[in-house]
Design a protein around this ligand. Structure first.
Ligand SMILES: N[C@@H](CCC(=O)N[C@@H](CS)C(=O)NCC(=O)O)C(=O)O
Length: 213
């Protein structure tokens, strides 16, 4: 399998952590992906092969062993989950699975808002919308409050909602234009303090994406 990848992308990190936790990381060949710095507001120039494989031209994109392109982090995680069976990141229990997906969607919403803010901040200052940035900040705060309230759900065997929450909190810590998530959220803070030390999290700490020409 081949994975279009950057070290900065939280959606890509989701796949990398999931693959490590599932024990299938060694079956993935990484294809480092670059784009011109103006990708946030113009048509980006991507690493060769990405737009051809996936016209949405976003990362992560996985080319499976059967040569099929999967262009969405959650679909990729589900594919890896099937490959790794019986090991898995989706609870067997009916209700636990619903709660997992509910928390997952909220954590994934944080990633979407973070990535949307990043793209907006890459635009020239005179084109940026403070209203748009505020909307994303408010969404992130609401989602983190929800996850704080449901923090007990994050205990137990590792699943996809834990991974996505851990990555959202890690991204919040990494970018200096995002707020510290800890004040008023003691449960999330103490959970993340333990989760961030997992080998899969340590091995995938975010770094700036090198730019291409
Ligand atoms: N829903 C997608 C979102 C992927 C996404 O937004 N990726 C970002 C990087 S973190 C990207 O490729 N942005 C480039 C662009 O939108 O042009 C997923 O879960 O994979």
């Amino acid at each position: 399998m081949q994975l279009f990848w950057t070290p900065a992308s939280p959606f890509t990190r989701k796949v990398c952590v999931a693959a490590r936790e599932l024990g299938v990381w060694n079956r993935i060949e990484v294809r480092p992906t670059t784009w011109t710095l103006d990708w946030g507001y113009k048509t980006p120039k991507f690493t060769a092969g990405l737009a051809e494989a996936n016209p949405v031209a976003r990362i992560p994109t996985l080319i499976t062993d059967d040569g099929v392109a999967l262009g969405d982090s959650t679909l990729i995680c589900l594919h890896l989950n099937e490959l790794a069976s019986p090991r898995g990141l989706i609870p067997e229990d009916w209700l636990a699975r619903q709660r997992m997906w509910s928390n997952f969607a909220v954590a994934d919403g944080v990633l979407e808002a973070q990535v949307a803010m990043r793209a907006e901040l890459l635009r020239p200052e005179h084109l940026r919308s403070e209203d748009f940035l505020d909307k994303q900040r408010e969404r992130i705060a609401r989602c983190l409050d929800f996850l704080e309230y449901n923090a007990a759900d994050l205990e137990g065997p590792i699943d996809l909602s834990q991974i996505t929450t851990g990555i959202a909190l890690g991204y919040q810590d990494w970018r200096d234009w995002l707020q510290d998530f800890r004040p008023g959220r003691p449960n999330l803070a103490s959970w993340y303090d333990r989760f961030k030390d997992r080998d899969s999290m340590r091995a995938t700490e975010p770094r700036e994406t090198p730019t291409g020409d």
